[in-house]
Design a protein around this ligand. Sequence first.
Ligand code: PMP
Length: 284
Amino acid sequence: MSRIVYVNGEYLPEDAAKISVFDRGFLFADAIYEVTSVLDGKLLDFEGHMRRLHRSLGELEMEAPCEDAALEAIHRELMVRNALSEGLIYLQVTRGAADRDFLYPEGVAPSLVMFTQAKGLRVSPAAERGTKVVSIPDQRWARRDIKTVQLLPSAMGKMAAKKAGADDAWMIEDGFVTEGTSNNAYIVTKDGTIVTRDLSNAILHGITRASVLTFAREAQMKVEERAFTLEEAKGAAEAFFTSASSFVMPVVEIDGQPIGAGVPGPVATRLREIYIAEALARAS
Ligand code: PMP
């Protein structure tokens, strides 16, 4: 099954799509990305993803490849051409192709690549049984708020988790959890408060995080945005993580230690239902 992907103005079979060997995304990881989920043929949290895309572009002094309306149209065209009703759409902007030099080139057009990934998101065996995470040192750079394609530390973390028989890893810095390798981390305290790290350059500003916190507050749930330690997480009533590809995902074990009752907790389970219903209601 060959997909139709988008590369710099063209819709092409995936085997025919090409990027220059001089592309700075390839040579310097000089590129940013977004992943938007598709459910029932609708784009979830699309405005949030566009907002963060512009923030990443701005922080790196990178030009936008086109207007937001054109980006939205490409998302929708890829959904149609690939008959995608549930899954993900990946978007990557690189600074473009130029002879290898650390300095940003002038007058070079950015590259835009987009593709779809079909994936069941709503029905999730992992969400039903809960996931296991291991803790690892956070070895990433200091600007984790910019969504760049420098993802080797996260790939290494996921491999370490897999080798340990776990599903994912949570990263630790100075004793505190920063975030998951590709998601934001949360705990629920014994008094039912949802705790997740406050926004700074230490973590990616998750779009799912922003929506989940809004919906939780709307549902009168108590939310605290602050750092928490690995020890606090291990003693919490519940733990979970969020991302565009996992929505709200319960964590039932950290470093081999069961969290709460060792099964998906009521807060995470309810938040998953609320997120899916509310994100869909606000999507188009
Ligand atoms: N943190 C990291 C490090 C991530 O890679 C991701 C997903 N790309 C997230 C958090 C979650 O962000 P979002 O909810 O926007 O998918």
